[in-house]
Design a protein. Sequence first.
Lengths: 146, 146
Amino acid sequence: MHTETDRDDAAARLRAAGLKVTAPRLAVLDAVSGHGHLDAEAVLSRVTVALPGTSLQSVYNVLGALTDAGLLRRIEPAESPALYESRTGDNHHHVVCTRCHAVADVDCVVGEPPCLAPSDAAGFAIHTAEVTFWGLCADCQRELAG
Amino acid sequence: MHTETDRDDAAARLRAAGLKVTAPRLAVLDAVSGHGHLDAEAVLSRVTVALPGTSLQSVYNVLGALTDAGLLRRIEPAESPALYESRTGDNHHHVVCTRCHAVADVDCVVGEPPCLAPSDAAGFAIHTAEVTFWGLCADCQRELAG
DNA sequence: CAGTTGTTTTGAGTAATTCAAAACAACTCC
DNA sequence: GGAGTTGTTTTGAATTACTCAAAACAACTG
């Protein structure tokens, strides 16, 4: 499901970010890529398949390094542990289910990033606008209706 | 700084919410009202002045009850513990300082609440849009410039 | 003012994450 | 291609913010 080239790409991106290329980093990158929004535990269980023996602490280290490097994005919705996703650089937003905490992406609401600018910002120099929508996901709507 | 009437109002609002009127609840309400965005520890230290011996656990209980009742609003910005404010019901937003975590209010950006509606919401039935701006507060701008 | 029910306290427990030091592996340079 | 340096991973412990549970207590009801 993932090619030789994928791994080379990942290695190149790590190097470009000034990070050493290591097995745990490749494994984490692969675990998160295209798999939605994962917390550290979920990343660990995916990583463990490819690289048994990896510690949770390493997963935290790697997730932190990759996030700082801009290769992953971290979101922290209320009531959830930190979640990581591979879609970076486009300032998209999120919908979170108030019942089961499922998360989905939402494209930028008002044109280009940063999407929104407050009129009065209390003297803050703003660089990011983060939008979180809250609602019921399709599954939970169904369960509550049924 | 707070009148007899303030306390009566607070008691009335508690009763209206179906909650018993107790000293810790009045003290917490008073501690949070008009004092920005406080975490549980900060609430405790303010409460302790008026009501020594109050436990942190009680502060958590009270903050939870008051939030559920809609008398307080809870926000949970990334990297900060939960913060409580007395301004409820107007769906205003927040700016958070990326350096010192100071928080300020921002009025609703695009007209009336809920302010925003995503075009595609991945099947979610959305009821709230939460906006968090990130930037440098005035103090931190000054310190970095100086 | 006695009873009931909800609240507060005390004390312990948990989840998610961070800190620190030692073992180890990737890249650099010869 | 092997030694050295530096960054990474592991192991183990600690911390923060918060929740759970049971007993002591206080607010409202009649």
